[in-house]
Write a protein of this length. Structure first.
Ligand code: PLP
Length: 348
């Protein structure tokens, strides 16, 4: 199996100048957020906190998510919340191309999993009529394709999952970074566990702060998982989160516009190649005329890092380009030139 983390470590060792591999945003964390974290530490908030999170933070999230605080739980990042759901499932169904961690987590917990593949030719639209698992993982806006599903498609999927008496895990880490109307399946099906976080919108990847929204009983179950594993999120991180939410509207407007602009420019630079224009997030899943690992290696020699498509499923002739890093425009020009060169080679 291709190991994303091994590949990532290798990129780090090579240390190329242009990083279009990871989804680690280059937009700086707002100064006020950092100050809130520092202030919390200076005030002596250094001990354990409530497992489900600071009441103020749960309340604030509940307010804008339009749920009760008992339907919210705070955790150190979205990933551990995803793990808490996969840990409880019998058979996990994921839609490809997928964020590789779903697979890694399923392996770690020894879970059976099933992959439903989607294709560029169908604009990455999933057909899940044959679904018969007990947990379906959805991720829209999608990493790596940037796809966002229509409301009617989301409803159709939610109904199939409900008919199966299964649970839906909706990874909405890029939910605020949708450039089109985004509908959460929670609107249609109450057995949806929605996972969100502060990593992408607020660039707070290293703070490790995420949350889930679900029915009260489900939140209690997740709480037991957090108690049994990571205990709680440090107070200073949650204080930073509270400050981020105070600035939420301003940050959403600015950050969404920034990534939308990057996606627009990238779409123009790469227009002669095959991909769908992302409707959210900050990735482009680009079809290439050769093996993705070989092509990614060629780019590495030109000082540009991307991930090969194989990291996201059975997509060996794709690469994923992240627009979240610095010098992304320069990187796109290099990718474009390398694409032209390799297509030319293919014709000879
Ligand atoms: N979900 C998806 C689809 C992601 O792409 C990522 C990060 O790349 C995460 C979750 C991770 O979120 P967190 O940093 O909150 O664990």
């Amino acid at each position: 199996m291709f190991s994303v983390y091994e590949y990532f470590n290798r990129i780090n060792e090579i240390n190329p100048k242009i990083r279009m591999d990871a989804g680690d945003p280059d937009i700086p964390v707002r100064r006020e957020i950092i100050e809130a974290a520092v202030r919390s530490l200076r005030n002596g908030e250094t001990g354990y906190t409530a497992t489900a999170g600071l009441p103020e933070l749960r309340e604030r999230i509940a307010e804008f998510e339009d749920v009760s605080p008992e339907e919210v739980i705070i955790a150190p990042g979205a990933k551990i919340l995803i793990a808490s759901e996969i840990a409880m499932a019998k058979r996990v169904t994921i839609i490809a191309p997928y964020w590789n961690a779903y697979l890694l987590i399923s392996h770690q917990f020894g879970k059976e999993f099933e992959v439903i593949e989607t294709r560029l030719e169908n604009r990455w639209t999933p057909q899940i009529e044959d679904f018969d698992g007990d947990l379906l993982v959805l991720n829209y806006p999608n990493n790596p394709t940037g796809k966002v599903l229509s409301s009617s498609k989301v409803r159709e999927i939610a109904e199939i999952v409900e008919d199966n008496g299964a649970k839906l895990l909706s990874d909405e880490i890029y939910g605020d970074l949708s450039f089109v109307n985004f509908t959460s399946p929670r609107k249609f099906y109450e057995k949806t566990v929605t996972v969100k976080g502060f990593s992408k919108l607020y660039s707070m990847t290293g703070f490790r702060l995420g949350y889930a929204i679900a029915e009260k009983e489900e939140i209690k179950r997740i709480k037991r998982f957090i108690e049994a594993s990571v205990t709680c999120v440090p107070s200073f991180v949650q204080r930073a989160g509270l400050k981020a939410l105070e600035l939420r509207e301003e940050i959403v407007n600015y950050v969404r516009k920034e990534y939308q602009g990057r996606v627009k420019t990238a779409t123009e630079i790469l227009r002669r190649f095959e991909f769908i224009k992302p409707e959210g997030a900050f990735y482009i899943f680009l079809k290439i005329a050769q093996d993705g690992i070989v092509f990614a290696e060629k780019l590495l020699k030109k000082n540009v890092a991307v991930f090969p498509g194989i990291a996201f499923g059975n997509y060996s002739n794709f690469i994923r380009i992240s627009l979240a890093g610095k010098r992304w425009k320069e990187g796109l020009e290099i990718i474009g030139r390398e694409m032209d060169a390799s297509e030319h080679c293919g014709l000879q």
